[in-house]
Design a protein around this ligand. Structure first.
Ligand code: DC
Length: 230
């Protein structure tokens, strides 16, 4: 029980896809010795199960019926990578398949899915000092987070980063198509009824357009250290 009585800090980082949340949050968590929780990976794991079972991810009733048979766990390797397990099997790589992004986006709009994952996310914050990134961390999951940051960048900037990332991986994609996909996902994530993407009232807004990774990382570290007195 003493673990739960210790003061654990919680930092919520929300924002649209491609704003650099995960790369920055992982690096900042390492620096501060906090646990980095990538909540998108949890939604991706639910999406993975829907895909495996041949369930239409937009069918709320069918997806909800999968939940009782779903055991999702997380573990952290020596490389600090958050590994995801679905009913005991490692799906860390599978959840990054491009088609899983769409499954995750659809299942994340289903209220039963969000409710199912809520306690799991809160439990991480009760047990550890965390930097948790997602879409609704500051608004729904951890409304009492010690620090809330809403990280964004222009759609063009996010598309350009993704474009360069894909060239680096040897799987280039058309810039205009990437921009269109980003705008479509922004729209879906911010217009759904269940926990839409929006900044918490007490969130610090940070636009990283034009910043280098190091500049954004330093800004976030300064904000967190300033707020927590670390
Ligand atoms: O961050 P990501 O691309 O891995 O997230 C995958 C999907 O999950 C994305 O479409 C939005 C959704 N998501 C969410 O609804 N709430 C979160 N806290 C995290 C992700």
């Amino acid at each position: 029980m003493s673990q739960q009585e210790e003061k654990n800090y919680s930092v919520a980082i929300d924002g649209p896809s491609g704003a650099g949340k995960s790369t920055i949050a992982r690096s900042v968590a390492k620096e501060l010795n906090f646990v980095y929780v990538d909540t998108g990976a949890i939604y991706r794991t639910v999406g993975c199960q829907a895909r495996r079972k041949g369930v239409d991810p937009t069918d709320a009733v069918a997806v909800a019926a999968l939940l009782p048979g779903l055991e999702i766990t997380m573990a952290y390797g020596e490389d600090d990578l958050q590994r995801m397990y679905l009913n005991g099997g490692d799906v860390t790589d599978e959840i990054r398949l491009p088609e899983i992004s769409m499954y995750a986006s659809h299942v994340s709009a289903i209220p039963a899915v969000r409710a199912f994952l809520l306690e799991m996310q809160r439990d991480m914050a009760r047990k550890h000092s965390v930097i948790m990134d997602g879409r609704d961390i500051g608004t729904v999951v951890l409304p009492d987070a010690d620090v809330k940051i809403f990280l964004t960048a222009s759609p063009e900037d996010r598309a350009r980063r993704r474009y360069e990332e894909l060239i680096g991986r040897g799987t280039p994609k058309d810039y205009d198509e990437l921009l269109r996909e980003i705008e479509e996902r922004d729209y879906n994530d911010s217009h759904r009824a269940a926990a839409p993407l929006r900044p918490a009232e007490d969130a610090i807004l940070l636009d990283t357009s034009g910043n280098t990774f190091q500049q954004s990382r330093q800004q976030i570290l300064d904000i967190i250290r300033g707020r927590l007195g670390l």
